[in-house]
Design a protein around this ligand. Structure first.
Ligand SMILES: *[C@@H]1O[C@H](CO)[C@@H](O)[C@H](O)[C@H]1NC(C)=O
Ligand SMILES: *[C@@H]1O[C@H](CO)[C@@H](O)[C@H](O)[C@H]1NC(C)=O
Ligand SMILES: *[C@@H]1O[C@H](CO)[C@@H](O)[C@H](O)[C@H]1NC(C)=O
Ligand SMILES: *[C@@H]1O[C@H](CO)[C@@H](O)[C@H](O)[C@H]1NC(C)=O
Ligand SMILES: *[C@@H]1O[C@H](CO)[C@@H](O)[C@H](O)[C@H]1NC(C)=O
Ligand SMILES: *[C@@H]1O[C@H](CO)[C@@H](O)[C@H](O)[C@H]1NC(C)=O
Ligand SMILES: *[C@@H]1O[C@H](CO)[C@@H](O)[C@H](O)[C@H]1NC(C)=O
Length: 834
């Protein structure tokens, strides 16, 4: 009897299941917790779920079918059902309602009851949009989930407003990873008069891009640069919106605002992905921090602030690298109506609070702005996209600008009469000097040019240079370059031997500035006055040539103009100017960086006094940025494999630049890890899995980065660390102090302690400890590291014991030899691994 009952129940359940396992729900139909609708392409699923694995609360929502739970939409985010007796039904009037156990309404769609001539039906579309529409011939849509996004924008869903019905479509973060209720961060496109993309926390603006300039939202370089994401902005009388499309059908993608306020773009390759790939975090440029540099301040890369020309800092003292709100004031006060005028500025992100005045010519726009004493700037901008340019003005002090060299905007800013005069004076002077110098340079060139050309011609025809299989020398007219046979994507200038010898004083000892693994580095000066650094191979060993070829291909690919660039990430990589390969000589020519490498500063008591906490932090962030660029912002994924302080060069403003790509490797986008039998690297910086098993991945660079950060903070070498009380290395020492809750004790004593940045220091130490974790999977990716260093609101995990923290390197090596010269690290090569 009971078996029969069970059978009947089962049959009933199965029937119910099959009747529901479509993508539609008809009027008077309902389903219970446990059943779901699945879109016809099997991508999306609609039903009940619990977020995280702790919470038992049930939510009605949409997620990806057959993927680890990734929720894209939630109906009742603020009203969870506490048990699994939820029920959802579509009534005959086309209203979808979610009921709890006692049939109380928890949530329902807000559409009007549809007239009886329609047959409403609920359908989960292939795009992930949930529709209530007419099932008859008239396909009128009564309601759609894309109008009420949660924290996710899917391809084709819209951010913006429906003007006719006054509906705002915005995304709002979850409160936490386990709690999908309304969080504090939201991202929207508004106001309707001149829409901008704005990220807010409550009512406070955090990031802003805009207004639209006909091509892109002003300042949104990372949004524009991604080839996998094509976005559009549409403005018409019914609605305006931002939406994106994905061009590759085998890639799932979502645009999400995280519970910590990051706007991120993830992709998932249908056939191969095992986890969501974070392609880009849009608010990762510290210069986009709202009003970072105050009134009339301009943010340069890495969040350094400068005043707009014609302005000076309100208070020069607190003008620095970190978020700064003091702003700038005019050198000459305005005098409305008495000679004020406008000065044109280029390459800026537009300031906030644009106002559209109408369809005027530039001339009329200027005149109107001049008449209104509060009008501080104007520009002609196609704010609505494809609808002709408008006179856009800014009333009151200008705020939230950044320097934006590629694709920045033209804006006319109001200036006092006195300032206008000083500018035109300076221009005249500048022009005179320029003409004079051009004349001199041309005469010199004419004199020397012939002789040099002849020398070059002789040498070119004497030698037929070719290194390796992959690179060969080319000639076009009098310009020589090398190019890659397999990938004709790059060209690199080839210098003549004579030129380089001349520039480097015949490689005299006086010009020598360093010694690398496979040769020495010399300073030189080209005939045009440009300073260069030349890396000269000791002898033409097979080894050296391979490394050199690798480096050339890698850097040249990085520098290649088709290589798309997020922000100015590659500012933190050293530039290769060219190379010289003739006879026995192989040399690489780089930009010269006057402050040499970081190791010259950091371990040396007198020089490191110059490195204040701010400077050190600036350097740390710069290295992180360069590495992030290598790992994921550039078109290629590059593992450096030999990061150490001597490979970090410093320019005249102490901006760090990563150098020496001799053993770097290019990874395929889906490749996670590689093995090598030949372990090359430097003790103290090598991650455990690489040093022991030859396994390397982006996470091995992260480990080296962590070591460098600790070295920068302490001024000590990891591998030569020595403490009277114990035998631990620097990592072990840091870990010990961390556990004793005295992390600050590790800080270099020459840094003046200041309570105002204690939290930053502790944060930095914690990030470094996370980077040097024993297991690669415990180390954060560089994108995460960079975000952790840039935003105080990101919560950091608690570090575990670092890898290799008990190793005492001092016992294994004779440190005295290494300390005595510029060669202050030991490069290790193990053949065969272990
Ligand atoms: C839905 O149920 C109501 C009341 O039970 C009934 O009057 C109506 O005809 C039903 N509608 C459909 C489309 O089945
Ligand atoms: C939740 O589940 C994931 C794996 O599915 C696990 O890694 C994590 O530790 C779990 N969290 C808690 C709090 O149990
Ligand atoms: C169901 O919802 C109603 C109305 O929202 C509420 O009054 C009632 O307490 C809820 N019942 C349960 C079991 O949660
Ligand atoms: C569909 O119905 C709407 C609402 O009644 C009406 O405005 C529209 O003209 C209809 N469209 C067609 C093609 O019948
Ligand atoms: C141009 O923009 C205005 C908003 O000022 C809008 O009302 C109008 O419909 C747009 N015209 C076109 C052709 O898109
Ligand atoms: C703007 O003004 C110009 C000249 O008056 C006119 O040709 C153009 O159509 C106008 N554009 C819009 C969008 O109104
Ligand atoms: C200047 O323009 C702003 C914005 O259109 C307006 O609110 C303000 O009243 C104007 N001021 C004067 C003095 O016209």
């Amino acid at each position: 009897m009971s078996t029969l009952l069970l059978l009947i129940t089962l049959t009933f359940l199965i029937n119910l299941q099959t009747s529901i396992s479509t993508d539609t729900l008809k009027p008077n139909q309902s389903f219970l917790d446990g059943f779901t609708l699945i879109s016809s392409n099997q991508r999306f699923e609609f039903g009940f779920f619990s977020p995280g694995n702790v919470s038992q609360d049930r939510y009605l929502g949409i997620w990806y079918h057959n993927l680890p739970l990734t929720v894209v939409w939630i109906a009742n985010r603020n009203h969870p059902i506490r048990d699994s007796f939820g029920k959802v039904s579509l009534d005959e009037y086309g209203v979808l309602t979610l009921y709890n156990r006692s049939l109380g309404t928890v949530w329902s769609t807000d559409n009007k009851r549809v007239a009886s001539r329609f047959t409403p039906v609920l359908q989960l579309l292939d795009s992930g949009n949930l529709l209530i529409r007419d099932d008859g011939r008239n396909k009128t849509i009564f309601w759609e989930s894309f109008d009420y996004p949660t924290d996710t924008l899917l391809p084709d869903s819209k951010l913006g407003r429906k003007l006719d019905v006054g509906l705002q479509r915005l995304i709002r973060s979850w409160k936490s990873g386990e709690d999908p209720s309304d969080g504090e961060y939201w991202f929207s496109l508004d106001p309707p008069e001149a829409p901008q993309l704005v990220l807010r926390s409550g009512s406070r603006k955090l990031f802003r891009w805009g207004p639209y300039d006909g091509n892109s939202f002003s300042g949104s370089n990372s949004l524009t640069a991604n080839p996998l994401l094509q976005y559009m902005f549409v403005y018409n009388s019914q609605e305006f919106y931002f939406k994106y499309e994905i061009l590759d059908d085998s890639v799932l993608s979502r645009f999400v605002i995280s519970s910590t306020g990051l706007i991120q773009y993830f992709t998932w390759r249908v056939d191969s992905s095992k986890e969501w790939n974070l392609l880009v975090t849009f608010n990762s440029d510290p210069c986009d921090n709202y009003a970072n540099c105050g009134h009339y301040g301009i943010c340069y890369s890495l969040s350094s602030c400068k005043c707009l020309s014609g302005f000076m800092p309100n208070s020069p003292r607190d003008w620095g690298l970190f978020s700064y709100s003091g702003g700038c004031r005019r050198k000459h006060d305005l005098n409305c109506g008495h000679g004020d005028g406008f000065v044109k500025y280029n390459a800026l992100k537009f300031p906030d609070n644009p106002i559209v005045w109408g369809n005027y010519t530039n001339h009329i726009c200027e005149a109107k702005c001049l008449q209104n004493c509060s009008c501080m700037a104007y520009a002609n901008v196609d704010v609505y996209g494809n609808n002709g340019s408008r006179c856009v003005v800014w009333i009151g002090d200008l705020v939230d600008m950044k320097n934006f060299p590629d694709g920045g905007e033209e804006i006319y800013i109001r200036m006092a009469h006195a300032e206008l005069q000083s500018i035109s004076g300076a221009r005249r002077k500048h022009a005179t000097v320029k003409i004079a110098s051009i004349v001199i340079v041309i005469s010199i060139l004419l004199l020397c040019g012939g002789a040099i050309w002849y020398l070059g011609w002789v040498i070119r025809h004497r030698r037929n240079d070719q290194i390796g299989r992959g690179i060969k020398a080319q000639q076009s007219g009098s310009f020589r370059y090398i190019e890659d046979n397999q990938d004709s994507g790059f060209q690199l200038p080839l210098y003549d031997l004579e030129t380089i010898f001349l520039a480097c004083n015949n490689f005299s000892e006086r010009n020598k500035i360093g010694q690398g693994g496979f040769g020495s580095v010399y300073k030189g000066e080209l005939s045009n006055g440009q300073e260069i650094a030349v890396k000269r191979l000791v002898e033409k060993s097979i080894q050296g040539v391979e490394e050199l070829k690798n480096e050339i291909i890698l850097i040249a690919k990085l520098q290649h103009r088709n290589c798309y660039i997020f922000g100015s990430g590659n500012d933190n990589l050293v530039k290769l100017l060219g190379c010289c390969i003739e006879g026995e000589e192989t040399m690489l020519v780089y930009e010269y960086l006057p402050n040499k490498s970081l190791n010259n500063f950091i371990y040396d008591k007198p020089t490191r006094k110059q490195l204040t906490w701010r400077k050190r932090c600036h350097i740390i962030k710069g290295i992180a940025r360069g590495l992030l660029y290598l790992h994921q912002d550039s078109r290629l994924r590059i593992i450096h494999r030999d990061l150490k302080t001597s490979n970090i060069l410093l320019d005249s403003e102490m901006n760090p630049k990563i150098s020496d790509f001799g053993i770097a490797r290019i990874f395929g986008t889906n490749q996670m890890q590689e093995m090598t039998k030949r372990i090359i690297g430097t003790y103290g910086y090598m991650s455990p899995e690489y040093a022991m098993n030859g396994q390397y991945s982006v996470k091995s660079d992260v480990y080296s980065f962590g070591v460098i950060v600790l070295e920068i903070l302490t001024g000590d070498k990891n591998w030569a660390f020595h403490h009277p009380d114990h035998d631990l290395n620097l990592l072990g020492h840091a870990w010990m102090l961390w556990n004793r809750r005295q992390p600050l004790e590790i800080l270099d004593p020459v840094i003046v302690q200041d309570p105002s940045y204690e939290n930053q220091v502790i944060r930095c130490i914690q990030v470094a400890l996370l980077c040097v974790q024993q297991y690669p999977e415990d180390r954060p990716k560089m994108s995460t590291v960079y975000a952790m260093l840039s935003y105080d609101n990101i919560e950091l995990p608690e570090p575990k014991e670092p890898g290799f923290c008990r190793e005492s390197y001092t016992k294994k090596f004779d440190t005295s030899a290494s300390d005595s010269s510029t060669v202050n690290d030991v490069t290790m090569t193990t053949l065969g691994g272990r």
